[in-house]
Design a protein around this ligand. Sequence first.
Ligand SMILES: Nc1nc2c(ncn2[C@@H]2O[C@H](COP(=O)(O)OP(=O)(O)OP(=O)(O)O)[C@@H](O)[C@H]2O)c(=O)[nH]1
Ligand SMILES: C[S@@+](CC[C@H](N)C(=O)[O-])C[C@H]1O[C@@H](n2cnc3c(N)ncnc32)[C@H](O)[C@@H]1O
Ligand code: SF4
Ligand code: SF4
Length: 326
Amino acid sequence: MVLTDLYGRPVLSLRIQLNTTCNFNCFFCHMEGTEISGEALKPEEIERVVKIAHKFGVNKIKLTGGEPTLRRDLIDIVKRIRKYITGNISMTTNGVMLPILAYELKKAGLDRVNISMHAFDEDTFQAITGVNSRDRIIKAIDAANEAGLTPVKINFVVLRDLNVDQIPDMIELAAEKHAILQLIEYETTREGESSKEYLKYHMPLDSLEKEIADKALSIERNELHNRPRYIIRTQAGEVKVEFVKPQRNPDFCAHCTRLRITSEGEFKTCLMRSDTNVKFKGINDEKTISELFRQAVLRREPYWRPGDEVRQNEVLAKSIIQNKRK
Ligand SMILES: Nc1nc2c(ncn2[C@@H]2O[C@H](COP(=O)(O)OP(=O)(O)OP(=O)(O)O)[C@@H](O)[C@H]2O)c(=O)[nH]1
Ligand SMILES: C[S@@+](CC[C@H](N)C(=O)[O-])C[C@H]1O[C@@H](n2cnc3c(N)ncnc32)[C@H](O)[C@@H]1O
Ligand code: SF4
Ligand code: SF4
């Protein structure tokens, strides 16, 4: 039985944060809307909550972090999840460990990966992530393809004056590697829309989307968030370019079918807020966790709603005041 929230949105998938540690230092990182936390959920705790979610109709899992591949027990976690989930299990990763892990992950039951690569050239890659690993990420894409973790999605957060000029190269790269390129709008972190980096690097993706749409052979939709995916022709063949435009976008939130789990063991109802989290860490009884799962679903609200301009401005004003106080 699928659970639906008070806004008519079914909960179909779980986005599980496996840790809050990382070997990169991307300056824009939202860390899935969480604080750096201590002890992460154990494999058996993850298995239990997936089993319960599956009873409520969840059949799709996204693994994230921090950097999920830094968990030494990652393979065990994937195997445990696969016991219940017959649908898609995917992982979002910075890719550094994939050349070593790709085959084992596939064997354990992982279906596909999203690999983050926010620059085509090494210097920009390093300026964004703090790490000199651009070539390693190309190897990661190859390793994922060879292992069958497909279709690979390449995640590219678009940053004004920093990497936007590299999008044509990224489109060609995605075509060569038979990957889907995701162009992602810079989302706010805890500091809100007035953070120094956000003000400097955020750019709306509408004009970029129009440019791509004008060239598109056809368009399809990712059901999740109703995101448009344009099929365009390149020198290397056809490629899909998906746009992720979450900021101030009621349509995106209206199609949000994910419940999140923090590495600390809470149900998190929305990327952008923590005040509605429901903690289940430390509880072993499946009946009680099931009840907490229901409560979390009922607490879900679309963050951006149609006709919500007044609230949107309040959110912006609040984040500016908070920032001025710092
Ligand atoms: N606001 C918001 N942003 C999200 C949500 N889910 C993913 N994102 C953002 O979308 C971008 C891509 O996320 P990924 O982890 O690659 O996963 P995905 O593309 O959402 O999922 P798949 O299409 O199933 O692979 C990241 O920048 C996320 O922060 C969400 O529910 N709300
Ligand atoms: C938080 S990361 C965790 C997984 C992994 N470490 C990685 O980078 O792929 C998940 C995704 O969110 C993206 N992301 C992080 N901060 C973001 C922000 N402020 N706006 C938009 N996307 C962001 C990352 O680029 C990555 O694709
Ligand atoms: S690799 Fe992922 S978790 Fe690590 S800093 Fe970058 S976005 Fe954040
Ligand atoms: S409600 Fe909107 S902002 Fe919150 S997680 Fe869903 S899509 Fe993201």
